[in-house]
Write a protein that binds this ligand. Sequence first.
Ligand code: TYD
Ligand code: MG
Length: 455
Amino acid sequence: MSKAKTTFYCRNCGSESSKWVGRCPACGEWNTYIEEPVEKKSAQPAVYEVAERARPQKLSEISAVNYQRINTHNDELNRVLGGGLVPGSLVLLGGEPGIGKSTLALQVALQLKSRRVMYVSGEESLQQIKLRAERIGGKDEECLFLNETSLENILVYCKELKPALLFIDSIQTISTQGIDSSAGSVSQIRECTAALLKFAKATHTSIFLIGHITKDGILAGPKILEHIVDAVLQFEGDHNHVYRILRSLKNRFGSTSELGIFEMRGNGLREVSNPSEMLITTNDEGLSGISIGATIDGIRPFLIEVQALVSSAVYGTPQRSCTGFDSRRLNMLLAVLEKRAGFKLSAKDVFLNIAGGLKVDDPAIDLSVIAAIMSSNIDTSVHHLYCFSGEVGLSGEIRPVSRIEQRIQEAQKLGFSKIFVASANRKGIDLSGSTIQVAFVSKVEQLFKALFGKN
Ligand code: TYD
Ligand code: MG
C-alpha cells in the first residue's frame, strides 16, 4: 500500500512546506508546523460552485448598489462593523475560548427579529443552545438552529431556507468532504471559509464565522483566514473581569479604529455605551494613590482609573508589579521620578493597577500613572475632580498627545473640573465653549507642585 502523501502547514499563517521546519519563514512563529494530508480536490463539483460566468465590466457599467446595512440591534457591534452589517459580507469573530463569542452571536441572532437568521453550531447541542437562550432571556420564533458539522449539509439548508444572516459556531468544527484531513486542520478551515465566502457573495447572505484562537495556537489561528474574510473582529478581555472589548482588526466596509465595550453579566452581554462611568469610581473619600487618566483606544475616548500603591520594601529587592500597564514603562517612569523629581523610590515596592481589567497602551496615561504614584508616596489624595492626559519623556518633560480636544471633552462631559495636559498641546487647541479648566504643565516637578503644593 502506498503511503498517503502529506505536507506541512503553519498553524498560525497557513504557509506550506514540504518538510518540517522549527520556525515559520513566513510569520516567524516557532513550533507551528503540523503534518497534514495533501489537499485532494474531489472530482465532483462542490455544492457552492456558481455556474454563471461573469463578464468584465467598466466602472461606469457597474450598477452602484446602495448597501442597505443590516442593523444588528446591538449598538456596540454596529459601531465596530462601521454602522451595521453589509449584506453578503463574511465576518470572522475571533477570541480565546470562554470569552463570550457564542453568547454574543446568539444574542445578536435572537435580536434580529425582522430577518431570517440561521444559527449553526458544531460545538453545542440544540438543548445547550436553548439553555443559553433561556439564560440570556432571548426569544425569537423565526430564528432557526442547526447542529451540523458538514459544510455540504449546511449549504443545502441555506439554499433551501435562504437566511439573511448565518452564524457558524465555529469554523474549526466544520468540514468539507472534498478534503481528507480532519475538521480544524489548516486545509479544512481554509477550504470551508473560501466556500462560505463564495456562497455569501453569490446569495448576499451575511455570514458570521466564529473562530477560536489560543495563545499557543493549538487550533489554526485567524491569520489563515484574515485575507479571505471581509472583516475580522476580535473579542478580548480578562476572564477574571467582566469587561470585554470587541475590536476590528480588518474591515473592508468601515474603520478599524472603532471598538465596542461589553459587560458579561449573569444574563448575557450588556452593551456599555458610556465606558467612563463604569471604569471610574468617585473618590470623594480622598483616598491616596488614585488618579484618573483620559485615554483613547482607537478613536474612542474614555476615562480610566489608575491605582498605585507605594510602600517600603519588606525584602531586599523592591517589587514592581503592574496589571494592565507595561511594566517596563512603569520602571522608566519610576526612574524619571527618581532622577528628575527627586523622589526616593528605589527602596520602595510599587504596585500599579488599571481598574476594570483593561490593558492600556496609550502613552497619554503616563501622566496619571505618575500622579497616582506621587499621591501614594506622600499619602495625599489627588482632588477627585482632576484628571490627566500626557506622555512623560525621559528627561521628565510632559509630551503632547494626539486628539487632545476629544479627551478634554470627555473629561468635561463626566463632570471633571480640571484636566492636566502638556504645555506643547496648547498650540492650535480650541477651548472655546469648554467649561473645564485646562492646566498646562511641562515638567513632572511642575505637576507635583500644582497637585500637592510642595516641591
Ligand atoms: P461563551 O459564549 O460560551 O464563550 P466562547 O463561545 O467564546 O467560548 O461564554 C462562556 C462564558 O461566559 C462562560 O464562562 C460563562 C459566561 N457567561 C456569563 O457570564 N453569562 C451568560 O449569560 C452566559 C451565557 C455566559
Ligand atoms: Mg463558543
